[in-house]
Structures are given as structure tokens and as C-alpha cells.
Design a protein around this ligand. Structure first.
Ligand SMILES: Cc1cc2nc3c(=O)[nH]c(=O)nc-3n(C[C@H](O)[C@H](O)[C@H](O)COP(=O)(O)OP(=O)(O)OC[C@H]3O[C@@H](n4cnc5c(N)ncnc54)[C@H](O)[C@@H]3O)c2cc1C
Length: 558
């Protein structure tokens, strides 16, 4: 039976950085991933990664303040300070590892502007930053001889007396269930975008780690905070990177007006994402949109800049819309993109469950609060991935070998057997998944209100009841993707329910959580995190204080 000191679930940027750190700290480390490591969703990250480098007179405290303001004061300022203070060294380290960041005319590492920040501090590799970083980290992980269980799907955490001692995982190639024992487990399973339909996130982004931790007793924090990105393509939700606006693209309404003048006169198109998305949705709702969209205009940037710095999105727009970005504006609208909430951790990645750590998009440390600044997520994965790896290795050094028995597999085996044993009843995972995605998009999106969120919660609970009666029609063992999609759907329904419960509980508007029935921020009653725990009666809501170090709440204008 496989056994390791530190087991990292997820081989995206957070997982690979964590594995590298744990391995460098001397721990016997392994990765488990449901897809090949370089197919992890970090691969899709386009625009860049933030850091305040002092060689150009930038200052980490300025980055931290922009992040606090971007978070609408819900981010924990101690964690934000850690992330922004350590960012510069992390960029240099990535460069030394081999990430070929773009350079400026003077040969220094080049930057571009991203939203919600006063100055250009986003380092980038054209518009394929995530891919470039992921490839380099993969090489490092291979070189460190970290074992990778590729195409293994974690179905549950192996818990003994409230302590995490490993995972139960399905080997997709054989259909066999395994217990992998570990002294410490790090969840780095990414976000939950597919709970919504459409989304910028790939099919594999199904909130697995959040649900795994929740089911094992860990609280999920601020799950109502879901980011809508201002520039996604109509229909398919494909992302057009914020770097387009960072390079100077305009947003126009049907009358050809740069409407951001009315909503964020100072920062215009580069206000924070929640502000820009609300502005776009208001233009569309009030009849100044173009066929349910607004327009993104890059023509004035010129063909050369588009081709050299935004080549990937140029290709995407040509493929999907047959539009040349240098000739015509493109229709875009706000689209589901990122979840600020996640598994509650401290700045070492430790969750309240002993032996369980989390990092990256599945975690909530919390540096993004009510709204994440563009290019702060890659930074989050690198900083807190490393910290979680180091902390888990230190924890593992103090622990005895896990005592958990293989009999723990039986529960997952029973669940899978009952999906296989049932007769088809006309329902399917695909139908449930689509209804869930649509109801979340209709009622828990850019604008929300009590009545809509109640509809969403009721629908999700009905879908959970249908899920309990589902049959998996493919009875085979080898690469049974029907079984995989079904188990993922179970995770997504838990995440959707928790997001609805948290959103209903927060009786104010803050960051991405904008309630038309309660449009003001309420610092007296709601300057606090929402926490949700699993209980036999369903989700139990609680709260935790926000850490304020040096930036007391202010009015948030851009
Ligand atoms: C289109 C797009 C563009 C973006 N651009 C930027 C950007 O420019 N800058 C920025 O800062 N952020 C950007 N983001 C956000 C950022 O890319 C992500 O938040 C970040 O990469 C998430 O990394 P991660 O390591 O947490 O998870 P991922 O990279 O999503 O990795 C998750 C890993 O977990 C594994 N996994 C999941 N569930 C299981 C399971 N049950 N069993 C086994 N393995 C499992 C997967 O196989 C995968 O290896 C972008 C996001 C999108 C969607």
C-alpha cells in the first residue's frame, strides 16, 4: 500500500510548488492528480503575476493596500502582507528556475498594468504566463523525483479520529480504489468554476478539494464571493485576458461611449473586476448593450502590439468569432471566472483539521476577500503553495506513521457500487449539472437578491435529491469517465449549496457579492468572514473576524 510523508492532491501551480517545497525540506513527497500535471488548469492563466519589485521604485505595501482595497476590506491583512512582501523574491526565483518573463526595452523584467492597481506590476510571458510557469515547475518536480500518481482521482480523505492520514483514490486506468497513506495531506485542487454555466474554467474545475475538506469537517470560508470576469466571449465564456485592457483596450457600449467614465472615472477600464463587471451588466440591463454584450475595442493598439503581446487571444477570437482584433471590436460580457472563498487556512496553509493543509484556488487564506485583483492568483499559488509544502513537511517530521486501515476504502466502494447497481431512470449527471450551472448563473452571479438566491438553494437541494437516485450507465472499470463525472457532480452540488447558504447569510453588499435588495456595505455588522461547516442537518453557518493590521476600512472608489 503506498505511503508518503506528504501527499499533495493537485499538480497545478499550487500543488507543484507545494510538492517542491516539501521535497526540498526532506519529506518523502508525492503528487496525486486527476489529469496529467501540465494539463492542470493553471495552464490556462494568461495575463501574468503581480509583484512589487524595488528596482523600479515599487513598494510591497502599495501592492498590499491595492489588494486590501480590491478585496473590499474582507481580505485578512496579515496574509496579504505575507503575500505581497514575499512576491518580489518569488518572481526572481521563478526567473532563475527558467520562466522566461517578457523584458522591457532596457532589458529588465517587463510589466503591464492590471486592474485595481495604481501602477504596472504584473510580470508576464506574453499571454501564456500560466503555461510557462507550469512547464518549468513540472521540470523541477521531475528533477526532484517527486512521485506523481497521474490520472488518479481522489474520492475522499482518509480520516482517523479527526486526523487526516491520507486519501482514497480511484486509479482511472484500472478502476481500482487505493488507500494512499500520508502523515500530511495538502489539497491544491483548484477552483469550482464548473458549478456555473458558462464559465472561463475548464471541465476539470469541479471544486473537488473544497467538498473533500468540507465533508471531512473543515470549514469553507467566504464561499459567496464568486468573481465574474469583465471580458468573456459571448456564448462559450472563453476568457479574454485583462491584459488586453492593461495594454490599453477600451470598453464601449452600443452608443460608442467609454461608459466606465460614469462608474470609475479615475481607473476607467482598469477598476477592479467586480466594479467593471457591474458596470457592464448595468449597461446591458439598461438597454445600452449590443445583443446582450458590450464591446472591447483593441483597434487603436495596432496590429504589431496585438500580435506580440496578445497573440493567444488574437488566435482565440479569430477561431471562435472570425474577427481580427486589429480591425473590429469584439462582443464580451461578464462571465464566471474564480472563487475567492475556499477551505479556511492560516498563512502556513494549515486547516483546522490536523494533518490537512490547503493552497491555491481551493484555499481561502484569505488574500482576495470579496474580490481578487487580476494576477494575484498565480502569486497566491506560488507563495502559499511553498508555505504549505514547508509546513506540511515540518508537521510530518513530528508524526508517527499513519495507522489508518485499508477498510476505509469500503465506503467509497459502496457508493460507487450503488451508482452502478441502479437501473437507469431517465435522469443523468449531465442534466443535473446543466440545471445547477444555469440556476447559479441566473441567481448567484453579478447581481443577487434574497428571492433569487432562495430559488437557487431550493433547486440545488432538489438536484441533490435527484443525484442520490442516479445510475451510472457505463459499467466498465477502465477509464469510466461516466463514474468520474458523477463523483465530480457530487462535489459540485456540495459547493453550490454552500455558496447559496453563505450568500443568503451575508446581509450586505461587499466586493463581488452585490445584493440589489441590500446594496450598501455594512461594516458594523458584516466586516467578518462567513464560515460553513458540514453537519448531519446540512450546512451550518458561522463567522470569523477579519484581520486588520494597518488599513482600516475606507469608502471604495476607483
Ligand atoms: C482562463 C483563465 C485565465 C487566468 N489567468 C490568470 C492570470 O493571468 N493571472 C492570475 O493570477 N490568475 C489567473 N487565473 C486564475 C489562476 O489561473 C488559477 O486560480 C490558478 O492557476 C489555480 O491554480 P491551482 O494550482 O490552485 O489549481 P489548478 O491549476 O486548477 O490545479 C488543480 C489540480 O488539482 C487536480 N485535482 C482536482 N481535483 C482532483 C481530485 N479529485 N483528485 C486528484 N486530483 C485532483 C487537478 O488534476 C489539477 O492538477 C486564470 C484563470 C482562468 C480560468
Amino acid at each position: 500500500m503506498p505511503e508518503h510523508d506528504v501527499l499533495v492532491i493537485g499538480a497545478g501551480l499550487a500543488g507543484m510548488r507545494a510538492a517542491l517545497a516539501a521535497s526540498r525540506a526532506g519529506a518523502d513527497t508525492a503528487l496525486v492528480t486527476k489529469v496529467h500535471p501540465v494539463r492542470s488548469h493553471s495552464n490556462a492563466a494568461q495575463g501574468g503575476i503581480n509583484a512589487a519589485l524595488t528596482d523600479r521604485g515599487d513598494d510591497w505595501e502599495d501592492h498590499a493596500f491595492n489588494t486590501v482595497k480590491g478585496s473590499d476590506w474582507l481580505g485578512d491583512q496579515d496574509a496579504i502582507e505575507v503575500m505581497c512582501r514575499e512576491a518580489g523574491d518569488a518572481i526572481i526565483e521563478l526567473e532563475h528556475m527558467g520562466v522566461v518573463f517578457n523584458r522591457d526595452e532596457e532589458g529588465r523584467l517587463g510589466t503591464r498594468r492590471f486592474g485595481g492597481q495604481e501602477r504596472a506590476r504584473t510580470f508576464f510571458v506574453a499571454d501564456i504566463t500560466g503555461q510557462a510557469m507550469l512547464q518549468v515547475l513540472y521540470e523541477k518536480v521531475l528533477k526532484a523525483r517527486v512521485r506523481a500518481y497521474e490520472e488518479w482521482f481522489v474520492t475522499s480523505l482518509a480520516m482517523e479520529d479527526g486526523v487526516c492520514q491520507g486519501v482514497v483514490a480511484l486509479e482511472l486506468r484500472t478502476g481500482q480504489l487505493h488507500l494512499i497513506k500520508a502523515k500530511a495531506v495538502i489539497l491544491a485542487t483548484g477552483g469550482a468554476g464548473r458549478v456555473y454555466e458558462p464559465t472561463t474554467n475548464g471541465l476539470i474545475v469541479t471544486g473537488d478539494g473544497m467538498a473533500l475538506a468540507y465533508r471531512a469537517g473543515a470549514p469553507l470560508m467566504d464561499m459567496e464571493m464568486v468573481q465574474y470576469h469583465p471580458t468573456t466571449l459571448k456564448g462559450n465564456g472563453v476568457l479574454i485576458t485583462e491584459a488586453a485592457r492593461g495594454e490599453g483596450a477600451y470598453l464601449l457600449n452600443a452608443k460608442g461611449e467609454r461608459f466606465m467614465e460614469r462608474y470609475a472615472p479615475k481607473m476607467m477600464e482598469l477598476a477592479s473586476r467586480d466594479v467593471v463587471s457591474r458596470a457592464e451588466q448595468t449597461e446591458i440591463n439598461e438597454g445600452r448593450g449590443v445583443d446582450g454584450c458590450v464591446l472591447l475595442d483593441l483597434r487603436h493598439l495596432g496590429r504589431e502590439l496585438i500580435e506580440t503581446k496578445l497573440g493567444y487571444i488574437k488566435e482565440v477570437v479569430t477561431d471562435f468569432l472570425s474577427i481580427d482584433l486589429a480591425d473590429r471590436p469584439i462582443p464580451i460580457r461578464p462571465g464566471n471566472h474564480y472563487i475567492m472563498g475556499g477551505i479556511k487556512t492560516d498563512v502556513q496553509g494549515a486547516t483546522p483539521v490536523p494533518g490537512l493543509y490547503a493552497a491555491g484556488e481551493c484555499a481561502c487564506v484569505s488574500v482576495h476577500g470579496g474580490n481578487r485583483l487580476g494576477a494575484n492568483s498565480l502569486l497566491d499559488t506560488i507563495i502559499f503553495g511553498r508555505r504549505a509544502g514547508e509546513a506540511a513537511a515540518a508537521y510530518a517530521r513530528e508524526m508517527d506513521r499513519p495507522s489508518i486501515s485499508e477498510s476505509i476504502i469500503a465506503k467509497t466502494q459502496e457508493e460507487m457500487s450503488s451508482f452502478l447497481a441502479r437501473d437507469a431512470n431517465g435522469d443523468s449527471a449531465a442534466k443535473i449539472r446543466l440545471t445547477m450551472g444555469q440556476v447559479m448563473t441566473d441567481h448567484v452571479a453579478v447581481f443577487r437578491d434574497e428571492a433569487g438566491m432562495q430559488i437557487a438553494l431550493k433547486t440545488v437541494r432538489e438536484l441533490k435529491a435527484r443525484y442520490a437516485c442516479l445510475a451510472v450507465q457505463d459499467k466498465g472499470r477502465v477509464f469510466n469517465t461516466s463514474m468520474l463525472f458523477t463523483l465530480e457532480l457530487g462535489f459540485m452540488l456540495d459547493v453550490a449549496e454552500v455558496s447559496c447558504v453563505s450568500a443568503l447569510a451575508r446581509k450586505e453588499s461587499r466586493g463581488a457579492h452585490y445584493r440589489t435588495d441590500l446594496p450598501e456595505r455594512d461594516d458594523v455588522n458584516w466586516l467578518k468572514h462567513s464560515l460553513v461547516y458540514a453537519s448531519p442537518e446540512g450546512p451550518r453557518i458561522d463567522s470569523a473576524p477579519v484581520t486588520i493590521t494597518q488599513w482600516p476600512p475606507q469608502r471604495r472608489v476607483y
